[in-house]
Design a protein. Structure first.
Length: 73
């Protein structure tokens, strides 16, 4: 009985982990307008390219990085 409860709790914990994942932000450069913006989904490389080299943990950090990136000036 205890084993079933532990297995069920483990399954629930594993399934719910993505819901608790932190939101990440990227600096994306639009392929047509060549303007940069902060987005919450990773750029696909077709409509928008990744202007930076990493994901940022907050939108404010991504906006600061966007001002410093030479591709976005």
């Amino acid at each position: 009985m205890i084993r079933k409860v532990l297995v069920a709790a483990s399954v629930v914990a594993l399934v719910s982990m993505p819901a608790f994942a932190a939101t990440q932000y990227w600096v994306a450069k639009d392929a047509t307008t060549k303007k940069c913006s902060v987005v919450s989904t990773k750029p696909d490389g077709k409509k928008a390219t990744d202007a930076g080299t990493k994901a940022y943990d907050s939108q404010a950090n991504a906006e600061k990085a966007m001002k410093l990136l030479k591709d976005c000036k």
